[in-house]
Write a protein that binds this ligand. Structure first.
Ligand code: GLV
Ligand code: GLV
Length: 321
């Protein structure tokens, strides 16, 4: 019989491509909600491969529910913190992800947030819209220029390096970076300087987070670290929400320990509309749109399809974790 692939979200393109590849496709019928947990647990039992989204927790319970025929978990994302990697490895289940194709889109999202934060864009937009803006004033709504800033990159991976490259070449920024290890071959063309997190926080005008969510980066930004930032600095996060202790970020913004924040990711997602971060004019929150361009999402879908097809036929994945 044909191999069976569970697709956890209704994406016509993915469905059509898999049908064309002569696999038996079990697709969740909706594109506007994540597959309910009980549906995932039930449907996973019969499949050889899963094509999932970052909204699906592929954890012990799901892997236990899956039959022994499950060979591959292919996520349409570069992040894979929602997948129990160790358990997949132990069970010989391949994991596919989508690195490389979303670096530019995500770096550009971080740049958009950087300018929002540096130029008080939230407060300005609201003021223009709600009639608060009376007349042009010489020193109203003034922020600071991005050009010539010192930029601290937390995690100089593909996306962090792309952001750093744009900030350096377009805006003549000085680049600092931190992470588990020095990356001389990436750092050298950027003339990026490796330093500790504490040093980076103390020196940067812009701190931009590009690390994966792991046990060592969970709440890396907390009540001990935010106060180390310059009071004029901005904090940008396009990685994963739980890298930040949001209560600590709120307190730090209110205490003016930093000037502004731009977040593409929160914990949870969506952030409840009554969350106190929404009350702050100096905190911009995007609905996880880092990779959200047509071109990039198309490329991510293609890689996720190729990964799941390789996995169900026991071939090496083009992009394996
Ligand atoms: C988006 O957050 C991704 O991991 O691709
Ligand atoms: C993260 O996976 C990156 O590509 O930087």
């Amino acid at each position: 019989s044909k191999p069976r692939v569970l697709v956890t979200r209704y994406v016509p393109y993915i469905f059509e491509q898999l049908e064309r590849a002569h696999v038996d496709v079990d697709v969740f019928e909706r594109d506007d909600v994540a597959i309910p947990r009980e549906e995932l647990l039930r449907r996973v039992q019969a499949c050889d491969g899963i094509l999932c989204m970052l909204t699906d927790q592929i954890d012990h319970e799901v892997l236990a529910s899956a039959g022994s025929k499950l060979k591959v978990v292919s996520t349409m994302s570069v992040g894979y913190n929602h997948i129990s990697v160790d358990e997949c490895r132990a069970k010989g289940i391949a994991i596919g992800f989508t690195p490389g194709v979303l670096d530019t889109s995500t770096a550009e999202t971080a740049i958009a947030l950087t300018f929002m934060a540096k130029r008080h864009a939230m407060a300005s937009v609201n003021s223009a819209k709600n009639g608060e803006w009376g007349v042009w004033q010489p020193f109203q709504y003034c922020g600071s220029d991005v050009e010539g800033s010192t930029v601290g990159i937390v995690g100089l991976g593909r996306i962090g390096a792309k952001y750093a490259q744009i900030m350096k070449t377009a805006f003549n920024c000085r680049i600092l970076y931190t992470g588990p290890k020095e990356k001389p071959e990436v750092a050298e063309p950027l003339r990026a300087q490796f330093c500790s997190l504490n040093e980076l926080l103390g020196e940067s005008d812009i701190v931009s987070v590009h690390c994966p969510l792991t046990t060592s980066t969970r709440h890396l930004f907390n009540a001990d670290t935010f106060p180390l930032m310059k009071s004029s600095a901005v904090f940008i996060n396009t990685s994963r929400g739980p890298v930040v202790n949001q209560d600590a970020l709120y307190d730090a913004l209110v205490a003016k320990q930093l000037a502004a924040a731009g977040l593409d990711v929160t914990d949870p997602e969506p952030l409840p509309v009554d969350n106190k971060l929404f009350t702050l004019p100096n905190c911009t929150i995007f609905p996880h749109i880092g990779s959200a361009t047509i071109k990039t999402r198309q490329a991510m879908a293609d890689i996720a399809i190729q990964n799941v097809l390789a996995g169900i036929y026991n071939k090496p994945l083009p992009h394996a974790v």
